[in-house]
Design a binder for this molecule. Structure first.
Ligand SMILES: NC(=O)C1=CN([C@@H]2O[C@H](COP(=O)(O)OP(=O)(O)OC[C@H]3O[C@@H](n4cnc5c(N)ncnc54)[C@H](OP(=O)(O)O)[C@@H]3O)[C@@H](O)[C@H]2O)C=CC1
Ligand SMILES: CC(C)(CO)C(=O)C(=O)O
Length: 307
């Protein structure tokens, strides 16, 4: 397939490189690291897959510079205020283009579905630890599973083909019929650890869990209740399983904490705000989530005022 990746950060570079490895033609839209990527490609240091250099089929600053429209465009930007996702896609999407969103959060699809009602929309969840350490330099620390499904439900042949490509490239590529439920499932972890890592002033998952397990569990249970009230019942043992697997993980610094420390906008609305609003609309009692969300908004305000 002819593919375009928008955003040469950690996620876009890593998954774009895997697609290129399996024979797809992969072009990229780069912003701050355009010069580096154009000159040297993207170097990926992976703890599990070895080192590789990804040389994109084309490196552009905007999709408008490309001839023709791709079969698929992977939008790999953070879902934050000021990220004009529809604008970024506008010049990339033609009549037959599938749009693939790879990002954290809840309800991140409706805006894109409304703007491109005639295009296939694929929603993706990455279970990975990967970071851009310098322009054109990616460090893949651990994991890698990518879950893909059509929004709001289903798994088309194209979704299955993409998942199979990722599997071929050495990671776990999963095509799911129910990506919306999967988003809620992932949010159980993100809604607890991402904000607490920031609000604690920079603690990793191990420190948070070993000192505040009850608080973490309360947040996770509230996400489970909100998901159920929105038609996505999650397994009864989902909280226990998340707690157990996090104890087994090496201490981890969340992506939200990385953004906070870099003074970058955080995905507070995508991960927390949208879940809080879904809970409030459904009349679910979510005192822990509402408090953590309010504290994150104050934290964000403090960052904005100190700029
Ligand atoms: N990294 C990880 O391990 C994980 C990330 N995720 C999720 O994946 C998503 C992507 O995260 P990640 O890759 O880590 O983020 P990064 O910050 O590493 O990358 C984001 C990329 O988007 C680019 N971008 C933003 N706006 C524009 C624009 N207007 N034009 C062109 N490029 C733009 C940035 O460009 P620029 O260089 O100019 O800033 C950057 O290259 C997020 O939703 C995150 O939560 C989920 C699980 C794990
Ligand atoms: C769950 C995790 C660590 C990636 O799998 C993540 O989503 C994050 O750091 O935001």
């Amino acid at each position: 397939m002819n593919l375009l990746v928008i955003g040469t950060g950690a996620i876009g570079s890593f998954y774009g490189a895997l697609l290129a490895k399996t024979g797809h033609s992969v072009a990229v839209v780069a912003r701050s690291d355009y010069e580096a990527v154009k000159a040297r490609g993207i170097h990926i240091r992976s703890e599990t897959l070895g080192d590789t250099t990804f040389r994109p089929a084309a490196v552009v600053r905007s999709a408008a510079e490309l001839d023709g429209r791709p079969d698929g465009v992977l939008l790999c930007v953070k879902v934050v205020e000021g990220a004009d996702r529809v604008g970024l896609l506008r010049d990339a999407v033609g009549p037959g283009t599938s749009i693939v969103l790879i990002s954290n959060g809840i309800d991140i699809e409706p805006e894109i579905a409304a703007a491109f009602p005639d295009n296939e929309l694929v929603s993706g969840l990455a279970f990975i630890g990967v970071t851009r350490t310098a322009p054109g330099e990616i460090w893949h620390q651990a994991y890698g599973r990518l879950m893909l499904g059509n929004y709001p439900g289903g798994a088309s042949e194209r979704v299955k083909a993409l998942a199979a490509s990722f599997e071929l490239a050495g990671i776990n590529g999963v095509a799911t019929e129910n990506i919306t439920t999967a988003r809620w499932q992932k949010c159980v972890w993100n809604a607890a650890f991402n904000p607490l890592s920031v609000l604690s002033g920079g603690l990793d998952t191990r420190d948070i869990l070993s000192t505040q397990e009850g608080f973490v569990r309360a947040i996770m249970q509230e996400i489970r209740a909100v998901a159920a009230a929105n038609g996505h019942p999650l397994p009864e043992d989902i909280v226990d399983k998340n707690i157990a697997s996090t104890y087994k993980m090496p201490p981890y610094k969340t992506s939200m904490l990385v953004d906070f420390e870099a003074g970058q906008p955080m995905e507070t609305e995508a991960i927390l705000g949208n879940a809080v609003r879904a809970g409030q609309r459904a009349g679910v009692a979510i005192p822990h989530l509402e408090s953590v969300y309010a504290l994150m908004k104050l934290r964000e305000l403090r960052t904005v005022k100190s700029r």
